[in-house]
Write a protein of this length. Sequence first.
Length: 295
Amino acid sequence: MVRISKQLLDKVIDSYGAFFERIACLSAEKCARDVVDEEKIHDQIRLFCETIGLPVDSLRGKKVLEVGCGFGLFVLVTQRDYGCDTVGIEPSEEGFDTSYMLAKQIASEYGMSTEVIINAKGEKLPFDDCTFDLIFSSMVLEHTHDPHEVLRESLRVLKPGGFMQFVFPNYGSFYEGHYALPWIPYMSKWVAKRWVRLWGRDPAFLYSLNFLNYRQIRRWMDDFPDAHVLTYGQDIFDNRMLSCNFKEWGGLKKVKHWVTIAHRLKIIRLVSKIMIHIGSFEPIILTLTRRSSNG
């Protein structure tokens, strides 16, 4: 459900929607509506809670941080519908200024304080150690300057016993969501630039992305002894593949079509098993808890 006014929706269409229409060859209006649809937020909350084993009705009063809050819908919906004490960070620098300013305007439309949208970067969070019970981030880590430092900072401000979930693309997979294209796993940017051009797309956007992958993230986790990883998302990927039960946000309609074909050919279990084995599941859903000081 899209609740923002037509005036603000048009601004999202003209900025975010128009950009991804050029990149992914999807309708600007669809891209914009998907990113401000409250149903997506409820899906994210359900998945987060299921993954960490926390009942949804226990969220009330929890201090929550969203790293890279975009247009602010996660912050606003978790406050209004789940009783969370949520704040979100979003940089206001060039390239992000539109989403930051629109998030403030959307907060005002929702009748909430604009102060819950904070001008900051994930590499330097303006919070004390052990501040938040829960930290969430979706499709942001690949856009940061230093994703390793973003994870380190997020763990710093997470309370011992708290939970954190970062969802981001796996560039060891066979699909790229920003361009909505089939992908060759572990491509270098040099090769990816030519691959994207073969599909008639502008490769310039690639240079703003970190090509994160499952193997790399596994290695990074060794740098964080306080982190206990619950999942990287393989189990969620397997369930979605076998059930073909996932929403068609963005370009996922194409993916659902491919999965449906694999079901008809009765090879879906084999395909899912192989993709997980070689680390090509998509996306990475890094979910972890911070160990308490006594272990």
